[in-house]
Design a protein around this ligand. Structure first.
Ligand code: URA
Length: 311
């Protein structure tokens, strides 16, 4: 029992450290939670993963819907109010809560020396996470760059978590920000067609972006945003272990290949990221604007198809 309380305490401190604003709990009173949060145990790397074991009832990499019920952590920024408690609010959203009234606790600003600051996970901490679900949970509350303030949803990525093919795009747009899913707008529809045309339909691949949050107004990702977000992409590649990566657009290609060469110079040549072949090609959104690039993308996809067939 005390082990379970220790675990819960570590979990709560970890969620607070990652910037989660609110927890919905069924089995613990708010007094319990206050007590657990005020223990002084340091937040260690191991504690980052404690309590984040995958929920077997949830698809490993389902879209970022908002499940409710026991242990659901609502991502968000800590409110200014330390530990404000609302034990009357019904959490009617999502499957499983059935609109029941269950206790909630809002994690407020951390007291120095008592609770860890809400700085989010460091790159090393993200890189040490053992499973995709833990990386996803960490990303969903990520405060590592300014986009945390403007996003509606973190768009972590989705698809077959053991896919042979990984598709990497640039960043969520408005449709993706609204839905929490990658490539669901116009460019996404074209991407679906392109993938299907080379025998790798969307549901057979893993799709993600360099940035997990939408840059306001769809501006280009800023270098500090790419840097802050890249541990998530790195970890996705490491855990999915694709046999080939399709990099759509300059940002995906530049981030994976560590170059700023133009797509015209990059495409059609052999590249790899950590030993995984990378096929850079034009972004579907660019293709919608420049239909003249269809032939080039088609050629790149044939190269992709040949590599995927050998993988
Ligand atoms: N463009 C991207 O690069 N990614 C998306 O998810 C949507 C549009």
């Amino acid at each position: 029992m005390s082990e379970a309380r220790d675990l819960l305490g570590r979990y709560l401190r970890q969620r607070a450290e990652l910037g989660d604003a609110e927890l919905v709990l069924e089995r613990h009173s708010t007094a319990d939670v206050r007590g657990l949060l005020s223990t002084h145990a340091p937040v260690t790397r191991t504690s980052l993963t404690a309590g984040l074991s995958p929920d077997p009832s949830r698809a490993v990499d389902a879209p970022a819907a908002a499940p409710a019920g026991r242990g659901y952590v609502r991502p968000g920024r800590p409110s200014a109010e330390a530990l404000s408690v609302d034990s009357t609010r019904a959490t009617g959203e999502g499957a499983g809560s059935g609109g029941r009234t269950i206790p909630t606790v809002t994690l407020g600003e951390m007291k120095p020396g008592v609770d860890a600051p809400a700085r989010g996970a460091t790159a090393d901490e993200i890189l040490a996470l053992p499973v995709l679900d833990a990386v996803r949970d960490t990303a969903l509350g990520c405060p590592r760059c300014g986009l945390a303030k403007t996003r509606r949803h973190v768009v972590f990525g989705e698809g077959d978590p053991s896919a042979d093919v990984m598709v990497v795009g640039e960043a969520p747009g408005a449709d993706e920000d609204a839905s929490g899913r990658p490539f669901v707008g116009r460019a996404g529809k074209l991407l679906d067609l392109l993938l299907a045309s080379v025998g790798s339909p969307r549901d057979s691949v893993y799709i993600c972006n360099v940035l997990k949050c939408r840059p306001p107004g769809n501006r280009n990702p800023a270098p500090d945003e790419v840097e802050a977000c890249s541990p998530y992409l790195l970890k996705q590649v490491e855990l999915v272990r694709p046999k080939v990566i399709l990099a759509f657009g300059n940002f995906a290609a530049h981030t994976l290949l560590g170059t700023d060469l133009s797509m015209g110079k990059l495409r059609g040549k052999d590249h790899a990221f950590r030993g995984v072949p990378v096929i850079p090609t034009y972004h579907p959104a660019a293709l919608l604007r420049n239909p003249g690039w269809v032939r080039a993308v088609w050629d790149d996809l044939q190269r992709f198809r040949a590599i995927a067939a050998r993988a």
